[in-house]
Design a protein around this ligand. Structure first.
Ligand code: C2O
Ligand code: CU
Ligand code: CU
Length: 484
């Protein structure tokens, strides 16, 4: 493991363009085989009823929990402006619901945990999709059970199209690929059940093996052309710093809330749990039958507060901590592309929110406390209460929300329901490519202050602000705000 990490540092540092895929990798935990499986794409959702159920038996010891009988959950595609409606039939044997992450829906359609559907129950979700084209997603948001239900398979893409995006000559069809990136604890080829320890609740439940679209250790056979990859970090707690092993540059074209104004060239991007990024990557210069690894690069994290190897960021020493290098997806270039794709120079028109219009600044302090067995992370010194209204926001108001981390140990991906925002600043440095555009989730690094601007002009009602590390969310790092 450490050899690989040092080698990666070397590659990242020198910008060398040779292939790491020549090197026989050891697996993250050394207890499972590295046999790679072909990538699968999620099935399309055909509409009507979505049944939440257990099984079919998954890869391993962990039960598979599904929407629509498959993991990952089926991909929903809608056109902006359309009405969307689905009936959830809960055959899971426990309460669940559906939250439409990134979509601004009426509050009673948003999948707030207070609106969970009891075992055996049904609920119809119906709303107009007002979002711009983009890569959104859906997942359960049941009280204290989000981490478990997502880990065991419930998460899917919600792709929105619109005229502005369709008018661009972006890669389409088989060249437009959704990638749900997660990590799992695997032993002897089997996914271990979700049984978080106290350390996992503190640090987040991290895995040792990357799973994409439900496939452990995948490879993907591609043509030597331009691809649009829709990256969704659906991991419970792992933050990825995504890059190609040869540090080739790619174009970031969209973030959480859709297209950017223009592509941003990057060689590595951070993607925290809940965040999305769309990138254009070109394989046209790759030799036939060559491979390139898409990976998560090592990044610095503060010294573990718990002490010991892998302390903060891993439930046990065999689990790579947050910030450790990991392989994500091997691309195998297998055939010629039908045409040479080009990256558009201009993408979309974005309305910038003006800080001068902000009625006020609201601060959320992110803190960690020790000596407690629950509520280890707090927002403004509070842990989640289902019915308590923590903040009241006037409908239509523009506000600056400031996430102020007093925690030196964890990165917190902060997420809002009911609105998309724009990132204004981060105290730790300049904005990154994945901070650009319309956002609903933003990484807050240890001891950092991140300011976002947001206008609450969607709907009135009760919405959530929380950390998208699912163990932190389930442990109460979440507040209610009422738009009224
Ligand atoms: Cu994707 Cu409240 O979450
Ligand atoms: Cu959400
Ligand atoms: Cu957190």
């Amino acid at each position: 493991m450490s050899t690989r990490r040092n080698f990666l540092k070397l590659v990242a540092g020198s910008g060398a363009a040779f292939g790491l895929s020549q090197i026989p990798f050891l697996s993250g935990c050394g207890m499972h085989s590295e046999a790679r499986q072909p990538l699968r794409l999620p099935a399309p959702f055909s509409g009507g009823t979505m049944t939440a159920s257990v099984g079919p038996a998954g890869t391993g010891a962990a039960p598979l929990l599904t929407y629509g009988g498959a993991a990952p959950s089926p991909t929903i595609r809608v056109r902006s402006g359309e009405m969307f409606s689905v009936m959830l039939n809960n055959q899971l044997g426990e309460a669940t619901n559906i939250h439409w992450h990134g979509l601004v829906t009426p509050a009673d359609m948003d999948g707030h945990p207070k609106d969970a559907v009891a075992a055996g129950g049904t609920r119809t979700f119906s709303y107009q999709v007002k979002q711009r084209a983009g890569t959104y997603w859906y997942h359960p948001h049941a009280h204290m059970a989000t981490g478990k239900q997502v880990y065991h398979g419930m998460a899917g893409f919600f792709l929105v199209e619109d005229a502005e995006e369709q008018a661009l000559s972006l890669p389409r069809g088989e060249f437009d690929v959704p990638l749900l990136i997660q990590d799992r604890r695997v032993m002897d080829g089997q996914i271990m059940p979700y049984e978080p320890t106290m350390t996992d609740m503190a640090d987040g439940f991290l895995g040792d093996t990357v799973q994409i679209n439900g496939v452990l250790n995948p490879f993907f056979e591609v043509a030597a052309g331009l691809y649009r990859l829709r990256l969704l970090n659906g991991a419970n707690a792992r933050i990825f710093r995504l890059a190609f092993e040869d540090m080739r540059s790619f174009a970031v074209i969209a973030t959480d809330g859709g297209l950017l104004e223009a592509p941003i060239q990057a060689t590595a991007i951070y993607l925290g749990p809940g965040e999305r990024a769309e990138i254009l990557v070109d394989f046209s210069a790759d030799a036939m039958n060559s491979s390139v690894m898409f990976m998560s690069l090592e990044f610095g994290m503060p010294a573990p507060s718990g002490g010991g190897h892998g302390g903060h960021g891993g439930g046990s020493s065999s689990i790579p901590r947050n910030g450790a290098a990991m392989e994500v997806l091997r691309f195998d270039v297998k055939r010629a592309a039908p045409a040479k794709g080009t990256v558009p120079t201009k993408l979309a028109t974005l309305t910038k929110l003006d800080p001068a219009q902000a009625a006020r600044t609201r601060t959320f302090e992110l803190a960690m406390r020790t000596g407690v067995t629950s509520g280890m992370h707090t927002l403004n010194n509070k842990v989640f209460d289902m019915v308590r209204v923590d903040e009241t926001v006037p409908f239509g108001a523009t506000e600056i929300w400031e996430f102020k981390s007093l925690d030196d140990a964890s990165i917190h991906p902060m997420h809002l329901h009911g609105a998309q925002f724009q990132v204004l600043s981060r105290s730790g440095g300049p904005l990154s490519p994945t901070d650009q555009g319309w956002k609903d989730t933003v990484l807050v690094f240890p001891m950092e202050t991140v300011r976002v601007i947001v206008r609450f002009d969607g709907y009135r009602g009760l919405y959530l602000v929380h950390c998208h590390t699912l163990e932190h969310e389930d442990d109460g790092m979440m507040l209610n705000f009422q738009v009224m």
